[in-house]
Design a protein around this ligand. Structure first.
Ligand code: NAD
Ligand code: IPM
Ligand code: MN
Length: 347
């Protein structure tokens, strides 16, 4: 029997609840489809930081490297550890070290879930650049604490980084409805974003079958709400993609529905699967976190591992659950009840 080695990073807050749900569903799907998951869980989190002074051990990245995939819950507990410390100590270094440059975030309405737009046609795929841009971490502060303090945060866009994410977006558009929306802010940001627009134009010649349109980020935010059915694949930089995908989640009916995959397309290192949402301190410990985003992310992991049949069955079980009204109204159903329904729909 084929066995995949999975590193589980539950992280903080509801990350623990939703990864437990996803693990149960994935293990059952594996057993039903003739393979198994050998899962090793690591307690790396803000609690771990408070005990050990770092978010993960020095050899954390090397430890993860040997796995077939990583399943992550959420990182961050700002009341105890500043986000700038926790996220730069765990989540962001993994994305970078493993060259998970393509962050795939599908946004579509699940059956039975009424998004706030009450539209039936909402199905877009956001492709977010995941290793550079506004998250490069370059910058600093001078004259700290004085009236003349200056803070600088430099966005770094490389030709290699922009080309590869745009090509990834073109390929995704080709496999879907043939439309690519490239998002920048080149009217205000005249270096990086003009550079991105130029590369988009040049690459479009290699994909004559894809209809490509460039939008400014502000107009795209409005379009996602006002005319979502004009969109297919949306490709954006790290920060813009981050913001658009919380908007996409909201249109889906809530953060608890939005899945994501941090993909290393070359397969030179493991990819990582995690919901779009965070640790949700406001609802942690209440048992009401929606696990669907995490379970869906798990289905994306099975797909990436080549277990397409099992991935499809997990998606069908999620859809059967929401179609019956379970999990369709955030805050009403308990995490355990939603998970139990997905598990029984796998039968
Ligand atoms: P959040 O996504 O944790 O929560 C935003 C809102 O959405 C909250 O009201 C929350 O209750 C709700 N929500 C989120 N997930 C839900 C779910 N599964 N079911 C039901 N409701 C859900 O964003 P935040 O409050 O800005 O961040 C909290 C912490 O998480 C911070 O430390 C932040 O940095 C971190 N964070 C981590 C990740 C990640 O690890 N990938 C992503 C986003 C935020
Ligand atoms: C996400 C999160 C992270 C990001 C934060 C927690 C650093 O918001 O995965 O969307 O911005 O990438
Ligand atoms: Mn985000």
């Amino acid at each position: 029997m084929k066995t995949y080695r999975i590193a589980l990073l539950p992280g903080d807050g509801i990350g623990r609840d939703v990864t437990e749900a996803a693990k149960a569903v994935l293990e059952k799907a594996a057993a039903r489809n003739g393979f198994s998951l050998a899962t090793t869980s690591y307690p790396w989190s803000c609690d771990y930081y408070l005990e050990n002074g770092s978010m993960m051990p020095d050899n954390g990245i090397e430890t993860l490297r040997s796995f077939d995939a990583i399943l992550l819950g959420a990182v961050g507990w700002p009341r105890k550890v500043p986000d700038s410390v926790s996220l730069h100590g765990l989540l962001l270094p993994i994305r970078k070290a493993f060259v998970q440059y393509a962050n795939i975030r599908p946004h579509r309405l699940l059956p039975g879930v009424q998004g706030p737009l009450r539209s039936e046609n909402f199905d877009i795929l956001c492709i977010r650049e995941n290793t550079e841009g506004e998250y490069s971490g370059a910058g600093g502060r001078v004259h700290q604490g004085t009236d003349s303090e200056v803070a600088v945060e430099t966005s770094i866009f490389t030709r290699q980084g922009v080309e590869r994410i745009l090509r990834f977006g073109f390929e995704q558009a080709r496999a879907r409805r043939g439309k690519l929306a490239s998002v920048t802010k080149s009217n205000a940001q005249r270096y990086s974003m003009v550079f991105w627009d130029e590369i988009t134009q040049r690459l479009s010649q290699d994909y004559p079958d894809v209809e490509v349109t460039s939008y400014h980020i502000d107009a795209m935010a409005a379009r996602m709400v006002m005319a979502p059915d004009s969109l297919d694949v949306v490709v954006a930089s790290n920060l813009f993609g981050d913001i658009l995908t919380d908007l996409g989640a909201a249109i889906q009916g809530g953060l608890g529905f939005a899945a994501s995959a941090n993909i290393n397309p070359d397969r030179s290192a493991p990819s990582m699967f995690e919901p779009v949402h965070g640790s949700a301190p406001d609802i942690a410990h209440l048992g009401i976190a929606n696990p669907i985003a995490a379970i869906w992310s798990g289905a994306m992991m099975l797909e990436h591992l080549g277990e397409t049949g099992a991935a499809g069955k997990v998606m069908a079980a999620i859809e059967a659950t929401t179609a019956r009204g379970i999990g369709a109204n955030p805050g009403r159903d308990k995490t355990d009840a939603i998970t139990a329904s997905v598990l029984s729909a796998l039968d």
